[in-house]
Design a protein around this ligand. Structure first.
Ligand code: ADP
Length: 713
């Protein structure tokens, strides 16, 4: 038994670690297609060989740990020979189609592994983590070990008053929570997850805290689309709650179960203006209309705001701005109009482009005024002059603006109804007078004086993509899940005309496994594209459609984006690409080429040529003349494999320069306004990088002003 005692001592030693790290175990759900990661301590260290007779005492041992939706209880039966003969798992809170479905498989794995060290089920990693942890605790008890006891609140109290912290791995790094509790309440909760900012995870960070405090329970729904961050927050919270002496099984279940549509009661609401869709255009309109003194209801079908706007990584095109002037950059509204129309293959509606360009500098001023300045001005594809305005620290413009808009809406007390989808427009006496909508537990008839559609595009709706551009069937999509064209369909139902609806943009730099869009800023700051032979094949900053088409002509239909450490240091967005593991890194160009399966001499020659072109400010190969301020010469070097993905839908509902929706007879539909990606005509046949943000800010403002004026009629 000497061997067994050693193992027991070892096991005993790590039990404290199990408790401390309990909620850290396991879960790294697959989000954006990322491979599952496992966290320390590994279940390996908990594995006790069951064939050492007497290690486990025969009997049934039960322990539980927190899974996705509450406690997961594992009962292990130890037979006479000391082996595991049955593994029963009960986890009623696990989502039926993910964690719940994984339970039989996890049980089988415990039996075949004869230990807590199981591979787990990918996609159900929170449930897997809980099963590993509970099984390890049950085995510890079976081995006759004392499990160190957790702190416990006094009888009759929920918590030991104090401030507690917890930490867990999120999408891009640690998520930390600080929880302050009194005897029977969670009083304050702060969540920090700096690395979650570049994706919708940042909204989980900003929204879940309130939901937890409102519910006074950790048993709340994860945010759809931000499950990794949500999971990290809930695990970190469970850690803090355990420290605070709470009984985790005693919290109320605050998951919201969606009722069947037929069972939802219908409520009637009244307001001045209903805005449908809380992306950039919708939030701009909501802020402006509220500031103009109107009652606003902003509907958002997702559990968080932001839409495709969140994903905008470049910046905002604007001409004749104070930042350009301060930085000595010469640019004109006229040139902005020309670039937009040339880039859009002359399909754009010139009146809309003119209004957008003329109001762009004012848009930049407005963003200054709400605490969202965009002072960094640089070149972007299709622009003659340095015109794209982005945040000082190089972070993605979309997440940055959405955070600022949300803060402003909070300040103004804008009524945002999340998880509430507009289903149709109310149309009476030839005018739009409201919106029908459906939430998780109720339906709403929302009567209003005017309605603004800001539902975004249809880039995530495969059926509509195939309907309007069949050749794009099955192409990787980069849009937010809410970009399903609902506004286009609802507007058509009341007679709206559509323009350029078949104009769908591919973005040239999309990492295909994760659908992660690599910002144009990487090329704007000096990166090049090479094919599998290690050769450049195009001026990297030509318009998106041209660069995408050129990539598709290369061997395999893909290319590599190559950049260096200097570029990484100057562009925060690159940190995300590196942290999620889509970047190949090497200390020399030759080593990078080897890692990419390319001829080192060819890639090396490509880079030395390129660096010479940068020094000469002349690219004799492809005539590139922008984004050549710095060469690529500072190791380490980086590569991201990319190909085109569906990005922006340029076409949509027809509007005039007052953002009134135009019907098929060419007349405005009274009461109905629209702005942003739901509309067509602004971008023509190809949107220039940086103009989506101009569109949402300028036309979000105009739609709001028109809707306000219509209310006052
Ligand atoms: P834009 O850039 O034009 O502002 P976004 O894609 O950023 O467009 O935002 C559009 C928003 O509208 C998204 O948050 C999306 O979830 C939301 N949305 C889309 N359809 C509906 C609908 N039927 N009801 C409520 N919200 C919707």
């Amino acid at each position: 038994m000497k061997d067994a005692i050693t193992k027991k001592d070892f096991l005993q030693g790590i039990l404290a670690a199990i408790l401390a790290f309990a909620v850290l175990l396991g879960m790294e759900a697959i989000e954006h297609g990322l491979p599952e990661r496992t966290s320390a301590p590994s279940a390996e260290s908990l594995s006790v060989s069951a064939d050492i007779e007497g290690d486990y005492r025969p009997g049934a041992y039960t322990a539980s740990a927190n899974g996705f939706g509450g406690p997961v209880e594992v009962t292990l039966t130890i037979g006479e020979n000391g082996g595991i003969t049955a593994a029963d798992i009960v986890g009623s809170g696990e989502t039926p189609d993910v964690g719940g479905a994984a339970i039989p498989e996890l049980s089988a794995q415990l039996l075949s592994a004869q230990s807590a060290e199981i591979d787990g089920v990918s996609g159900a990693s929170l449930t897997t983590g809980a099963v590993r942890e509970a099984a390890a605790a049950a085995l510890a008890e079976a081995a006759g070990l004392d499990v160190p006891s957790a702190p416990k609140a006094e009888d009759g109290n929920l918590f030991i008053p104090g401030t507690y912290t917890g930490s867990s791995k999120g999408f891009g790094g640690d998520v930390n929570v600080t929880l302050t509790v009194s005897e029977n309440a969670m009083d304050a909760l702060t969540i920090e997850g700096d690395h979650e900012t570049e994706n919708i995870g940042s909204f989980a960070v900003s929204m879940l805290g309130d939901r937890i405090l409102d519910a006074q329970s950790p048993n709340i729904d994860a945010l759809t689309g931000a499950t990794v961050t949500s999971g990290a927050i809930l695990r970190a919270l469970q850690q803090a709650l355990t420290e605070a002496g709470a009984d985790l099984s005693a919290f109320p279940d605050a998951h919201v179960t969606e009722l069947d549509s037929a069972e939802k009661p219908e409520e009637t609401l009244e307001t001045d203006i209903v805005i449908v869709g809380a992306g950039g255009a919708g939030m701009t309109a909501a802020i402006k209309a509220t500031q103009a003194g109107k009652d606003v209801i902003l509907l958002e079908k997702m559990p968080y705001a932001g839409g495709n706007t969140t994903k905008a990584t470049g910046g905002m095109n604007a001409a004749e701005t104070h930042y350009q002037k301060e930085q000595g950059i010469k640019d004109t509204v006229k040139q902005f109009i020309e670039d937009t129309i040339t880039g859009g293959h002359n399909l754009n509606n010139p009146a809309l482009v003119t209004v957008m360009a003329e109001n762009s500098a004012k848009g930049i001023d407005w963003l200054d005024s709400i605490g969202a300045p965009l002072p960094k001005v640089s070149f972007s594809g299709g622009a003659t002059n340095a015109r794209i305005h982005s945040p000082e620290d190089g972070s993605g413009v979309g997440a940055y603006l959405v955070t600022a808009f949300l803060k402003k809406m909070d300040e103004l007390n804008v009524n945002v109804m999340y998880d509430t989808k507009a289903t149709s427009l109310i149309y009476e006496n030839n005018a739009v007078t409201g919106v029908m909508a459906e939430g998780k537990t109720a339906k709403y008839a929302i009567h209003a004086k005017s309605v603004i559609l800001t539902t975004g595009g249809f880039g995530s709706n495969e059926d509509m993509i195939v309907q309007y551009k069949p050749e794009l069937k099955g192409t990787v999509k980069t849009g937010s899940p809410g970009a399903t064209g609902d506004g286009i369909v609802m507007a058509e139902e009341v007679g709206a005309a559509l323009v350029d609806i078949e104009q769908i943009q591919l973005h040239p730099t999309v990492e295909q496994n994760t659908s992660m869009l690599i910002t144009e800023g990487v090329r704007g700051d000096g990166a090049i594209l090479v094919n599998q032979s290690g050769k450049r094949f195009i001026d990297e900053l030509l318009t998106r459609d041209v660069v995408s088409a050129a990539e598709l002509e290369q061997e395999g239909g893909y290319a590599y984006l190559i950049f260096d450490q200097r570029l990484r240091d100057g562009l925060k967005a690159t940190e995300k690409y590196i942290s999620i593991g889509i970047t190949t890194q090497a200390d020399t160009i030759e080593e990078l080429a080897e890692k990419l399966g390319m001829d080192p001499a060819t890639l090396s020659e490509t880079l030395s040529n390129w660096n010479r072109y940068v020094a000469d400010k002349k690219d004799p190969d492809f005539g590139r003349d922008t984004g050549m301020e710095e060469d690529l010469s500072q190791a380490p070097y980086y590569a991201i494999k990319i190909a085109p993905g569906i990005h922006h839908t340029m076409g949509g509902v027809q509007i005039d320069t007052d953002a009134e929706v135009i019907n098929t007879k060419g007349r405005p539909i009274p009461g109905l306004f629209a702005a942003g990606e739901v509309t067509g005509g602004v971008h023509g046949g190809n949107r220039i990088g940086g103009t989506a943000v101009t569109d949402i800010v300028v036309f979000g403002t105009i739609a709001s002003e028109s809707a306000v004026a219509y209310c006052d009629k």
